[in-house]
Design a protein around this ligand. Structure first.
Ligand SMILES: Cc1cc2nc3c(=O)[nH]c(=O)nc-3n(C[C@H](O)[C@H](O)[C@H](O)COP(=O)(O)O)c2cc1C
Length: 206
């Protein structure tokens, strides 16, 4: 499969068959994630594959609990339906054959070493390079999944229960859970979301 085809075929998949994701395939996704660019080539990441359905279910329950604790102005039907939609997008991973959690730890950049800029200030000034690095790794996972015949979906909504998920995944300091990816064989062929045209998103300053 050519890169162009892989990029064009990728779409978020949220419904999976029961077929497991081969461990060798997960390893290949993570190997390629590790080839992604990272701030200062820090590679300050860890990828944890979860294929245990009891654990995935516990994780999803923690997410549901956090969503149910959100302050809601008015629990009318419209709000309830928004919340249940959000809950589904945040918990469907419980039925995924595999989920890869992406964790990062703090990396001290050269600028921090030579100045009195704190890590937090430096991160904010450079627009959270650790999170940007994790994004590059996640895209490699998503594209590799497509090439290997799987579907996948990037997951940030479950992070509403970040503290509990970190405990369940035994991610202690300095590790910080950044995001997750659900992976499996696609159960259906969902409509492809529309994308903006090149004219709408591109400009040249020459
Ligand atoms: C940073 C990020 C976080 C996302 N988090 C979720 C999520 O928690 N749940 C979900 O169902 N989809 C999530 N998505 C998938 C987006 O909804 C999806 O990419 C978007 O609707 C475009 O669809 P496509 O991926 O099929 O092109 C996330 C995507 C990104 C980039």
């Amino acid at each position: 499969m050519e890169l162009r085809q892989v990029i064009e075929q990728r779409q978020s998949i949220r419904s999976f068959t029961n077929e497991p994701v081969e461990l060798a395939d997960i390893r290949e996704m993570v190997r390629r994630a590790g080839l992604a660019p990272s701030i200062d080539n820090s590679q300050a990441w860890r990828f944890i594959a979860i294929t245990n359905h009891e654990l995935l279910n516990h994780m999803a329950l923690a997410v549901s609990r956090s969503i149910s604790e959100l302050p809601v102005q008015d629990k009318d039907d419209a709000n309830r339906s928004v919340l249940s939609r959000v809950e589904w997008f945040a918990t469907f991973f419980r039925d995924a054959p595999a989920v890869i959690a992406v964790a990062m730890h703090q990396h001290e950049c050269p600028l921090e070493k030579g100045t009195e800029v704190s890590h937090e200030d430096y991160s904010r000034m450079s627009n959270y390079p650790e999170i940007q690095s994790a994004g590059a790794a996640v895209q490699n996972i998503l594209l590799t999944a497509v090439e290997l015949g799987y579907g996948a979906c990037w997951l940030s909504a479950p992070l509403i229960a970040k503290q509990e998920l970190q405990q369940q995944l035994k991610l202690d300091f300095p590790w910080n859970l950044i995001t997750m990816v659900a992976i499996g064989r696609s159960f259906n062929h969902p409509a492809r979301p529309s994308k903006k045209s090149i004219e709408e998103i591109f400009e040249v300053i020459s």
